[in-house]
Structure formats: structure tokens, C-alpha cells
Design a protein around this ligand. Sequence first.
Ligand code: TGC
Ligand code: FAD
Length: 394
Amino acid sequence: MSDLLAPGAINPYDFLEIDHLVSAEELLVRDTVRQFVREKITPYAGEWFEEGGFPRALIDEMGDLGLFGMHLDGYGCAGTSAMAYGLACTELEAGDSGIRSIVSVQGSLAMYPIWAFGSQAQKETWLPSMATGRTIGCFGLTEPDSGSDPGAMRTTARLENDEWVLNGTKMWITNGSIADVAIIWAMTDSGVRGFIVPTNTPGFSATDIKGKMSLRVSITSELILTDVRLPLDTVLPDVTGLKGPLSCLNEARFGILFGAVGAARACYESALAYATERIQFDKPIAAFQLTQRKLVTMLVDVNMGMLLAVHLGSMRDAGNLAPEQVSFGKLTNVAMALKTAREARSILGANGITLDYPVIRHMNNLESVYTYEGTNEIHTLILGQAITGISAFG
Ligand code: TGC
Ligand code: FAD
């Protein structure tokens, strides 16, 4: 990102002066996270991607910055606006989607259900240490045979001698093998319930999924629960039914609709810098009309994506953002980011396929982001239902 511009020049990195639409406090959060990402993530992300994984200490550092559950109140959480949370996600995902995923999963998928649906004792037990990152959480909804259709889950929880007994398999679970606690959604006689499962409970095991070509700076695991016996007070008391996990997804999808703009912006900036330096036919490739069209398309798309995110952020802070509007943002901004990454990759030519530049890493990551938290097709159908009143899922 350029910091030096001629007075009066339009800033290619904030072309529409979107910064003016958010408060000084929110910009401070944004700039703090941006600096953290520039120093602690961007220089190393290619290496982490190649190796697969990230240093555990990074989670502690993100906890010290107050990033986990930052938009929640109390219990050691920062209590920022939703806009500030969104802007933080933009910066984190400009570093790597996997890093934003850690924050989404910890804050929106593991802490939020305890915060929203937990008992007072559950909140006091878990949230303060999760806010610091010293306790890591994961969220188990997806199963090998139920992804888009979580209502078809096979994991069960049954009551036996004043204990809950859980059995089942959860698949594609971010941070599964490093989590201290898992929020597991299971079918009971009264419908879907959420359970707070310490991962050292006998019968719980986690194995990492290997061979991923996407989200490599992120751990993805399979969880197996075999006769996992839990005290009665491990169930989340205040929600029954699919609306429990789906409410958590609203939180995380909100972060993603901001985050995807960060990945797109990083690709645009990389392509813009490359195009002004790379010489072919005695000219920088930025001098060719076809390259300029690509750069301008990216500029427009990234700024439109940010405007959309900031608009949805304002709605959220005003308390009137519907889940379908979150779907609008997730659908649009992730598709935009993937398209932008592919366009940027073409500008970088052969260099674009290497990890020396961030573009192919973002492009591969965005394939996961396109699929998780509701696929592009599922969000299309959510919007289709919202405007026609007709469900086309089944
Ligand atoms: P449906 O009959 O429509 O609804 C069941 C109940 O849930 C309520 N509901 C919601 N509540 C809150 N927020 C939402 N977004 C909600 N959507 C629905 C609904 O009102 C109803 O409540 P009630 O009281 O009447 O029982 O449910 P369905 O089975 O037809 O499914 C609808 C569908 C397909 C949209 C939903 O299942 C869906 O979103 N599927 C996608 C699954 C998904 O996104 N999985 C993500 C797993 S986590 C993950 O990917 C983490 S990635 C890591 C990272 O974030 O970085
Ligand atoms: P499927 O549901 O089998 O879908 C396959 C294809 O069919 C998709 O194109 C889909 O859109 C399409 N399709 C399905 N139904 C319909 C329909 N009705 N109409 C039209 N098309 C349809 N899950 C968790 O619970 N916790 C996590 O922490 C987590 N982390 C993840 C991390 C990564 C890196 C990845 C890749 C996934 C993660 N997931 C997690 C799982 C993720 O949420 C699922 O992959 C996602 O919900 C899609 O499910 P699926 O992969 O089983 O695909």
C-alpha cells in the first residue's frame, strides 16, 4: 500500500475515500491490525503456505491484540462495533484467508454460541480464556455426508444415566486438532443441540486432513466422537434446532464478506505494482490498454466490494441486518475476490504461479472461502428464496 502521494492526487489504494465512511476508532482498529499483518503475517505467509500450518505463538499474539470475539461484550472481549470487526477481517485476510479463518472460527463460531446461548457458568468458564487465545475453540457442524445440508447430520447425543453420550464424525473442522474445546452440534430427541466438548474427553479424537492445496496456513481436521460422555451442563441451554448453528454462521459470514475484500485488495495491489515495473516491448505492461482494463476492473470491483461491506457493517451496527443480507455480501464479495485473484494472476504471468507473490496463494485460498460458510450455490438459493418466497433447496 502506498503512503506517499502528490497533494490532491487520487489515492489508487482508497480511490473512493471509503475511509471517510467509518469512525476514527474503527480506523484505529483497522490500522493496528493492518500493521500487525504487514509485520507478522505478510512476510511469512508464503513460507507457511508451502510448509502447511502456522506458528502457535501467532494465536497468542492475536489474542493479545484483542482480536478474538472482539465484537462481543463482556467476559474479556473487546466489545468493538461490528464494523471494526469487519475491518479487522479485511486486514487479516489481506494477509491470508487462513489467518482470518482462525479469528472467524474462534470468535464467531466457538465463542459466539457460548456467549449467545450458554449459561452464565459456561460463559464465565470459557470466554475469558478464549478471548486471550490461550484456549482454542473449533466448531463442528459439517460431516462427511452432510455439508450444505446440516439438517441431515448423523452425529447423535443421547441421555444416559444423567450424562450426554455423543457419537459421530465431523469433517473439515478448522483448528480441530489444536482446539482445547469443540462446539459440537448433534441430533437429540428434541432436535439439534450444541455441546461444549473439552477435546481431552475420552472418546474424542482429531486427525488433520492432508493434501490440501488451499487454506494451507490453516489446520483442517476430522473429528471422531465415540461414546463421548459429558455432564448435563455441557449442553448450550438457550437454543434448540438448526437456528443455533445457523446463527453462528451469520456472524462468521459477516466477517468473511469483509475479509474477502482484503484478499482481493492484496491481489489488486500486487498486480498494480507488478504491472508498473514489468517491462515488455520496451514498456511497462501497465502501459498496455488490455492490462489497464484488467487493473481498472479490479479497482472497481474491490471498491464496490468494500462499499458493500461497509454498508452492511453500518446496517449491522444499526441492528437491522438480516441473514439474507449477509448472504448477499458473502455471495458477492467472495465471487468478486476469486475473479480478481484470477485476473491478477494473469498480469503476473509466470511469476504469478509462484509463492514469491501472494496472488496464487490468495487464489487457491479463495476456492475454500467460496465453498465454506455456505457455498456460492447455497447463498444464491437463500437469495432466490428471499425474493421469490420459493425454496429451491430440495
Ligand atoms: P431451514 O428450515 O431454512 O431453517 C431451520 C431453522 O433455522 C432458521 N434459520 C436461521 N437462523 C439464523 N440464521 C440463519 N441464517 C438461518 N437460516 C435458517 C430457520 O428460521 C429455522 O428456524 P426454526 O425456528 O423454524 O426451526 O433450514 P434448512 O435445513 O432448509 O437449511 C437451510 C440452508 C441450506 C440455508 C442452511 O442449512 C445452510 O446455510 N447451509 C449451509 C451450511 C453451511 O454454511 N455450513 C458451514 C459450516 S461452518 C464453516 O464452514 C466454517 S469455515 C471456517 C471459517 O469460517 O473460516
Ligand atoms: P456439498 O454440500 O456436498 O456440495 C457439493 C456441491 O453441490 C457444491 O457446489 C454445492 O453448492 C452443491 N449443492 C449442494 N446442495 C445443493 C443444492 N440444494 N442446490 C444446488 N447445489 C447444491 N465446517 C464446519 O462445520 N466447521 C469448520 O470449521 C469448517 N471449516 C472448513 C475449512 C475448510 C478449508 C473447508 C474447505 C471447509 C470447512 N468446513 C467447515 C466445511 C464447509 O462448511 C463445507 O465444505 C460446506 O458447507 C460445503 O459442504 P460440502 O463440502 O460437503 O459440499
